[in-house]
Design a protein around this ligand. Structure first.
Ligand code: FEO
Length: 174
């Protein structure tokens, strides 16, 4: 097998972490759905499926490298929120947590001179940079709009804001 036991364990744990992030985003989306904010709901349903895709990327890498899949128990996500900012803040915290987790696996790959894994993890490192920036931006907008003016955020998302194309455009404008 191409991977150490420690790397197989870390990758399995990360499959769980990504699925956990996916579940959390479904809950955040459902919160916005229930609040009559369909674009915010759609945004987070989409984030949820992206997190599931991340989990599947880890599964595929694990399988390609001859590892064994053992998905860990997934803790229940937070289901209730007081207001929009709390929900988006939790999403940002989740992205920061996942970034740390991925950095931890990169550290392990470096320690083990496992260039195969280090190379595969680069995609995730770059993805986290985009996702943290995008969620941080959304949180700042939600806080600035305030609970009474979330309609502006709905309009922003309706016009294609909050996606990767919008992030790139903002980065160029900076
Ligand atoms: Fe897959 Fe956004 O972490």
């Amino acid at each position: 097998m191409l991977l150490s036991d420690a790397m197989v364990a870390a990758l399995n744990e990360q499959v769980g972490n990504e699925l956990s992030a996916s579940n959390q985003y479904v809950q955040v989306a459902a919160y916005f759905d229930g609040e009559g904010l369909p674009m915010l709901a759609k945004h987070f349903y989409k984030q949820a499926s992206e997190e599931r895709d991340h989990a599947m990327r880890f599964v595929k890498y694990l399988m390609d490298a001859g590892g064994e899949l053992a998905i860990p128990a997934i803790p229940a996500p937070q289901a209730r929120f007081q207001h929009a900012a709390e929900a988006v803040e939790l999403a940002l915290k989740s992205e920061l947590k996942v970034t740390k987790q991925i950095n931890g696996i990169v550290d392990l790959a470096i320690k083990e001179s496992d260039h195969l894994s280090k190379n595969a993890l680069e995609w995730f490192v770059n993805e986290q940079r985009e996702e943290v920036a995008s969620m941080d931006n959304l949180l700042r907008m939600v806080k600035r709009a305030g609970e009474a003016n979330l309609f502006f955020i709905e309009q922003y998302l309706m016009q294609g804001g909050g996606g990767e194309a919008a992030d790139e455009a903002e980065a160029k404008a900076d």
